[in-house]
Design a protein. Structure first.
Length: 303
């Protein structure tokens, strides 16, 4: 990093939670802060070119953290044994609304605020796995306004690593064998909304998701929805046994190559479960989501 570059730092206060306050420090500039703390930090700060953006971002994401904490407290009081399907659906919808609101507000911040280290912070530290479209947006904004920043170069490198599976792109063709030994092309499912589901018989989280995915599949399979399951198994018998045991009645393919599967390499799959949802033309709508979000997506697309 250049000696005169504005840099991100975290100001922490012992071992208290939440963990601290992000700031941007610049050579020769004094930072003034007024901090009070209850359940979260209340912060005012001045000084430097970029801390007004950082403060605005801080207030956005801490606001959602407070809302999520209140939501989690409510959910913790629900008895799972007596929760109705309607209550589960309502709880899931409220969670999705909160997360979508957070994502939208942060994306609007990235798109509309002046590019700064806060832009980088928003993308790299406020999402467990930032969506490719968000990284690409941030890299474009920062490249236009801060082309020499090390943070810009980091985002550009990340954006360039996504390859052909970014949202909005046509899903690359997969052409693998079914358990019966027939070849099944992904493109043969055009005209349906398709979930590409990368999984394996040995993957505990994948198997845990299967009952809910099965319920969603049964609900939407007659409305134009199909699943194209791509297994990263090495053992064909174990793959087939898992399909039978879990009652997975959708399309299944594999080359039994494990992590070296041609499809996994093409789609840059490094962990499973991994998901891609395609529209009826075969374009990638969304990736990297779990079953509770799948149901919401299908409600919008097919109900």
């Amino acid at each position: 990093m250049a000696a005169d570059e504005s840099l991100l730092y975290y100001i922490t206060f012992g071992t208290t939670q939440p963990p601290g306050i992000p700031v941007v420090l610049e050579n020769g500039t004094r930072l003034n802060m007024n901090v009070t703390k209850d359940d979260s930090y209340n912060v005012e700060m001045t000084g430097g070119k970029y801390n007004s953006q950082m403060l605005k971002l801080f207030k956005i994401y801490t606001g959602y953290e407070n809302k999520m904490a209140a939501f989690n407290n409510e959910v913790a009081k629900i008895d799972p044994a007596s929760a109705t399907e309607e209550l589960r659906a309502e709880t899931s919808a409220r969670y999705n609304t909160l997360m979508q609101g957070r994502s939208t507000d942060i994306q609007n911040f990235i798109a509309n605020e002046e590019a700064s280290p806060a832009t980088y912070f928003a993308i790299k530290y406020l999402f467990n796995q930032p969506e490719p479209k968000l990284v690409i947006l941030g890299s474009k904004v920062m490249s236009a306004q801060l082309p020499n920043s090390s943070y810009t170069k980091n985002l550009v490198t990340l954006a360039n690593s996504y390859g052909p599976t970014i949202e909005g792109a046509m899903a690359p063709e997969i052409n693998l064998k079914t358990p019966e030994g027939n070849t099944l092309a992904l493109s043969s499912l055009r005209g349906k909304v398709v979930l590409i589901d990368f999984w394996a018989s040995w993957c505990g989280p994948c198997r845990k998701e299967n009952p809910n995915v099965k319920r969603i599949y049964d609900k939407y399979k007659d409305k134009g929805f199909e699943i194209y399951g791509v297994s990263l198994d090495n053992n064909g018998d174990q793959w087939k046994a898992a399909i039978a045991k879990d009652g997975l009645g959708w399309k299944h393919v594999s080359d039994l190559g494990g992590w070296k599967s041609s499809a996994a390499q093409l789609y840059q799959v490094h962990s499973i479960p991994q998901t891609f949802l395609l529209d009826k033309e075969g374009r990638i709508i969304k990736s990297g989501f779990r079953s509770h979000e799948l149901e919401t997506l299908l409600q919008d697309l097919l109900d």
